[in-house]
Design a protein around this ligand. Structure first.
Ligand SMILES: NC(=O)c1ccc[n+]([C@@H]2O[C@H](COP(=O)([O-])OP(=O)(O)OC[C@H]3O[C@@H](n4cnc5c(N)ncnc54)[C@H](O)[C@@H]3O)[C@@H](O)[C@H]2O)c1
Length: 440
């Protein structure tokens, strides 16, 4: 199939590359010329395991190409995927500026019979609106389908190639058939291809993210309760996770969820509910628990230093909103950095992949360290904000020697409190007694 994918971010680039890899002829379009130039040369502007090799292979096989020429890409395409960003606008709703600009841009060039598909996460009713807008432009009915994406940054290729399910929202079964054909190579393990209305498909994406965010806010609230009751959230988590009705996924306490999806999608769902006269009590609570959770490490640091941070050196391990990505959108580490700088602290940071993105935001306000151990040299405290593999088993003896004072704020519960105490650290984690409570 000839496919155009508009928007080459985390989702568009993975979608286009995986469709090319399964034998389609894919042209990826972006307005960012520098990005397109790099991609055309086989250089990947984001960090996503496995993506670079796959892009290079498909470029070489001439199944994948990159361009800023929207008109040419669309004119040739049987299926046009829209994968531009839909970030949060000031009032919490999804900002649809990029998407509408693309819809207006593709309209004059769409060939008759072409199918337009939204891959971007868009408010319910967007497919219907796109259909109307395309009809105004072209004078004919155009098929517009919804095909929400459930991939996770850090395992995007794996998720796209082996989805738990594919959801499509269509008005006509024939359109569903075309998309089913496109997805068959990815569904060989009999995972379901679910057809529904565009409205249900659009809402499915928000509901999935809302429920996952709810699990995270739930376990974080329980973790805060544990701290007050001398209970250990890790034990409680194990106690509930083995219940097959509950499970372990998304029940890891920490410093709150971030990233480009959960925060904005929960807020967009709140706005959609309000607009339709439904009071979104749970979603408001999920968002507010998460905002509170992002302050938890700050509170602990403030208490430890009695509010006196001026001139103190704080090391931060982990800047990305989660491991295996360089994405720092709404990352809890940024909230901590802003606060530390506002208090006059000296901040030394390390992240295996996200440092360039953070440097673009903070320039010379931070000290960027190429190695985790370099970041802790002379530090008065270390805050662990992302659970990258390389932070899981550090050399604690060396950490102890390098730090000015051996204090660790572990926002991801990577270490054992009893072991840290034995090594001589002052250790704070999330939802676990601070001292001497080894699990039996
Ligand atoms: N990132 C994820 O993990 C994820 C997962 C599932 C769904 N989504 C959804 O997918 C959509 C895209 O997310 P993303 O993280 O890939 O965004 P992104 O910000 O990484 O990428 C968006 C891309 O669109 C390009 N763009 C903007 N305006 C354009 C225009 N007029 N013409 C052509 N290109 C244009 C930008 O230059 C950028 O490269 C969003 O709606 C998001 O909610 C994201």
């Amino acid at each position: 199939m000839k496919i155009a994918v508009i928007g080459t971010g985390y989702v568009g680039l993975v979608t286009g590359t995986c469709f090319a890899d399964s034998g389609n002829d894919v042209t990826c379009v972006d307005i960012d010329r520098a990005k397109i130039d790099r991609l055309s040369a086989g250089e990947i502007p984001i960090y996503e395991p496995g993506l670079e090799e796959m892009v290079r292979e498909n470029l070489a096989a001439e199944r994948l190409s990159f361009t800023t020429d929207l008109a040419a890409a669309v004119a040739a395409a049987e299926v046009v995927y829209l994968a531009v960003g839909t970030p949060q606008s000031d009032d919490g709703a999804a900002d649809m500026t990029a998407l509408w600009s693309v819809v207006d841009g593709i309209a004059p060039h769409l060939r008759p019979g072409a199918i337009v598909v939204t891959k971007s996460t868009v408010p319910v009713g967007t497919c219907a609106k796109i259909s109307r807008r395309l009809k105004e432009h072209t004078g004919r009915e155009c098929d517009v389908a919804s095909n929400p994406e459930f991939l996770k940054e850090g395992s995007a290729i794996e998720d796209f190639n082996k989805p738990d399910r594919v959801v499509v929202g269509v008005r006509r079964p024939e359109v569903g058939d075309v998309l089913h054909e496109l997805y068959k190579p990815f569904l060989r393990t009999e995972k379901p291809f679910l057809q529904m209305s565009p409205e249900s498909a659009e809402l499915t994406k928000y509901v999935a993210n809302a429920l996952l965010s709810t699990k995270i806010s739930f376990i974080n609230e329980m973790a805060n309760l544990c701290e007050r009751m001398n209970a250990d959230i890790n034990d409680v988590r194990r106690g509930i996770g083995h219940d097959s009705r509950i499970g372990f996924a998304f029940l890891f306490p920490g410093v709150g969820y971030g990233g480009s999806c959960f925060p904005k999608d929960v807020r967009a769902l709140v706005r959609m509910a309000e607009d339709h006269g439904v009071e979104p009590q749970m979603m408001r609570a999920v968002d507010s628990v998460n905002e509170h959770q992002k302050q938890i490490v700050i509170e602990k640091i403030k208490n430890h230093f009695a509010g006196k941070l001026r001139g103190k050196t704080i090391a931060i391990w982990g800047l990305a909103f989660k491991p295996r990505t360089d994405d720092i959108r709404e990352a809890p580490a940024l909230v901590l950095i802003d606060w530390l700088l506002s208090q006059g602290a000296i901040v030394r940071v390390h992240d295996p992949e996200a440092m360039d993105n953070v440097r673009r935001l903070y320039n010379d306000k931070l000290t960027y360290c190429a190695k985790p151990m370099k970041a802790i040299d002379g530090a008065d405290a270390l805050a662990v904000m992302t659970e990258w593999g390389e932070y899981q088993r550090p050399e604690f003896k060396s950490i102890f020697q390098r730090m000015n004072s051996p204090v660790i704020f572990d926002g991801r519960n990577l270490y054992e409190p009893w072991a840290m105490e034995r090594l001589g650290f002052t250790y704070h984690s999330i939802g676990r007694p601070a001292v001497g409570c080894k699990s039996i």
